[in-house]
Design a protein around this ligand. Structure first.
Ligand code: 5GP
Ligand code: MN
Length: 336
């Protein structure tokens, strides 16, 4: 591990820096990474943002989006940048398996690894850690890192503020999860003062759906939603054929699970989708119910208490059956 003083000394001179984030980046992954990017480029560093995979269209308006390198599209260039980097920032993830093949390149790279994250149980691969599971978003930790650790809040310009606001907004469910504390609202107010146009960000992220996405959502709610009142659980299952027939692109399925959770009395919602190579599960829960425990114990995954994910190598039908077979174990908590 290096100290904050050592890190500050390093950042005082131009460095080659890579910023990376998790597989299928969401609003917080891109917001924290591009927010950190917009900060670091002002200090004269040579900075690259590398994502392991592509990400949704509704995030592609973020400031400096055109500078992002997608590993699966530019593998050689990404590996070269990782190998040459002095510093590698890892935003919004804490195990290298969350970034697929890119993780092994980062593990082998000689640059210092700096983790900025809010997930449970970090893997020990980093040289500096700004980690807090109580943060509502990695973007909140980037804000804290710049303002309080580095004490360079004056470099939070409009681009930085816009990216960080986006990360905080998306990971806090638009400021409504318990993690959206009064301190988070104060940070949001500060970011608005620094140039984040909250109304525009909201519109660009949430009112920017493709027609396919909306029709797919309608199909899921009308035809694919199963409510199991005995366990206050709702499940939406989607086949690979349905993904194809609705021309589903990256990001089009995001948030569908929240509609299942919005039903009166539902404590646990699952969105289970056949991604061909694997079946993916997205779980959401209310209150104290530990969705991440189910993902970790049974589906090779993890996440936060109220928003978690995992995968299964069984087929779709078998995965759904497995999920249902787990519910009795949690009956008391689900019926509380
Ligand atoms: P989503 O359901 O939106 O894909 O993921 C919700 C949250 O669950 C993510 O923010 C992430 O923390 C976690 N998550 C999703 N998929 C996985 C996975 O495969 N492994 C782990 N460890 N966490 C996951
Ligand atoms: Mn996050």
């Amino acid at each position: 591990m290096i100290s904050l003083t050592e890190l500050k000394t390093l950042l005082a001179a131009p460095q080659k820096i890579v910023i990376t984030t998790h597989h299928k980046p969401d609003g917080d992954a891109m917001g924290s990474s591009l927010g950190l990017y917009a900060f670091l480029i002002q200090k004269g560093h040579h900075v690259s943002v590398i994502t392991p995979t592509d990400y949704p269209d509704f995030l592609q308006w973020l400031p400096n989006n055109s500078d992002v390198i997608v590993y699966t599209e530019s593998e050689d260039r990404a590996v070269q940048l990782v190998n040459e980097a002095d510093l590698i920032f890892c935003c919004d993830f804490n195990t290298l398996s969350r970034i697929n093949e890119l993780g092994e390149h980062i593990r082998a790279a000689s640059g210092l690894k700096l983790m900025i994250d809010h997930h449970l149980e970090p893997e020990d691969f980093d040289d500096y850690r700004h980690w807090n599971i109580n943060a509502c978003a990695a973007a909140q930790l980037v804000y804290d890192f710049i303002k309080n650790e580095l004490q360079e809040g004056e470099l939070i310009n409009k681009d930085v503020a816009t990216c960080l606001y986006t990360g905080i907004m998306t990971d806090s469910g638009s400021f409504r999860f318990p993690s959206a504390t009064s301190a988070v609202y104060r940070i949001a107010a500060d970011l608005i003062d620094l140039g984040a146009e909250h109304w525009r960000i909201h519109q660009l992220v949430y009112d920017n759906a493709s027609e396919n996405r909306l029709r797919f959502l309608g199909h899921c709610l009308s035809n694919k939603l199963e409510i199991i009142r005995d366990f206050n659980t709702a499940i939406i299952t989607v086949t690979a054929e349905e993904l194809k027939s609705f021309h589903i692109a990256t990001g089009d399925t995001e948030g569908v699970v929240n509609y299942a959770l919005s039903i009166n009395g539902i404590k646990l919602a699952a969105f289970i989708v056949d991604r061909t190579e694997k079946v993916k599960l997205s779980l959401r829960s209310t209150g104290d119910f530990p969705a991440n425990e189910i993902c970790k114990k049974y589906f090779d995954g993890g996440g936060h208490r109220n928003a978690a994910g995992g995968s299964s190598s069984l087929n779709l039908e078998e995965t759904v059956a497995k999920f249902k077979s787990i519910l009795p174990e949690y009956k008391t908590q689900l019926l509380q």
